[in-house]
Design a protein around this ligand. Sequence first.
Ligand SMILES: [Zn+2]
Length: 57
Amino acid sequence: MPVYEFKCKKCNTDFSKKSSMAEKKYIKCPKCDSKELKENFTTNTSCSLFAKRLSGG
Ligand SMILES: [Zn+2]
């Protein structure tokens, strides 16, 4: 299952959640329960592994 990173628009909390695509829309801020979240697109998944391999030599 992929891990998504979010930032709460209300209280600015950064958090990450493991979630399926379908469950993603139900995710709430763990701090204030707000659903107004901004999704952070991080590269710490398979993408960065690939990048590391490219630069690592
Ligand atoms: Zn919040």
